[in-house]
Design a protein around this ligand. Structure first.
Ligand SMILES: [Zn+2]
Length: 294
């Protein structure tokens, strides 16, 4: 079974963090792309880009009254890159969220290595909070809504948003799903077969059961499988309507419906899949399992 990331922070707490991130973005970078590196410098936080092997993507430390953010070049967190920007923003979350900063400054918690969302992702509450902060710092809610209104649909929208805010496709996809634009599911599959997924609350409410790891169950003629076969070759967006039971086998007994699957390659990061309903509103039943549709 694919790893399902725990994603939801208590809503009041989440709102506070979203508002905080938006306020920081508006104060330091009121127009154009948000520059987390610039915010760090203006807060007197030292940014260090160096080679740390596989230890972490980023970490924030407090020593002698000074904060330091370390970004790991060995995990491609280069200055100004989408991945590096997310890492700095995540560490800034640990700085701007009062409880995180106070805990670090008092020495009550040891600095913890942080990993970007694609794997090794911790279920720790503080990590989810820092990720939420990072997403809303880089894509402030008001600017995100405006950009979404002008974007294409579904995976096209995710590409547009990633370009507009200089974030990774994965980062934009998580935000798209979390924003409840429509019932949706994103699935990320690394080249080594590691799969994780994220469901919007609307989709979760449809109770489709657990999502399968794509490896054995995905038929060879579906978009994700095609992208997987392409490997690192860029694919663009490939879409098709498929039976939802392809991904949610618990649906196979009479509850199956059609779902739109779109996928694209992420180069050496693997394949991203987005599942949405073919039309807005309620899921349509697959003809073969619903006598009413003939
Ligand atoms: Zn962290």
């Amino acid at each position: 079974m694919a790893q399902r990331i725990k994603q939801h922070i208590a809503s009041e707490r989440a709102e506070e963090i979203v508002e905080l991130a938006q306020a920081v973005a508006d104060e330091y970078c009121p127009t154009g792309k948000v520059a987390p590196e610039e915010i760090s410098v203006r807060k007197g936080i030292s940014l260090i880009y160096d080679h740390y092997g596989d230890a972490f993507d980023g970490v924030i430390e407090h020593e002698d009254g000074q904060f330091y953010i370390h970004c790991n070049l060995d995990r491609e967190n280069a200055l100004g890159s989408p991945r590096g920007r997310f890492t700095v923003s995540h560490e800034l979350g640990h700085y701007f969220i009062d409880e995180h900063r106070n805990a670090l400054a008092s020495g009550r918690v040891r600095p913890h290595p942080s990993f970007t969302v694609d794997r090794n992702r911790s279920d720790l509450r503080i990590e989810r909070e820092a990720d939420l902060f990072a997403s809303n710092l880089l894509m402030p809610p008001a600017r995100f809504s405006a950009a979404l209104a002008r974007a294409r649909k579904r995976l096209g929208a995710i590409q547009d948003l990633a370009g507009k805010f200089n974030v990774s496709i994965t980062c934009a996809a998580i935000r798209y799903v979390d924003s409840e634009v429509e019932p949706s599911v994103m699935i990320h599959r690394a080249p080594d077969g590691y799969v994780w997924s994220r469901l919007s609350k609307q989709f979760e409410a449809m109770n489709c059961g657990r999502i399968v790891n794509a490896t054995p169950q995905t038929p060879a003629d579906n978009p994700s499988a095609i992208c997987r076969a392409l490997g690192e070759k860029p694919s663009g967006v490939i879409g098709a309507k498929i039976a939802a039971s392809t991904w949610f086998p618990a649906l196979s007994r009479g509850r199956d419906f059609q779902i739109r699957e779109e996928a694209m390659t992420l180069g050496r990061y693997g394949v991203l899949t987005l599942l949405t309903l073919p039309d807005s509103g309620f899921p349509q039943s697959v003809a073969t399992t619903n006598p009413r549709s003939g």
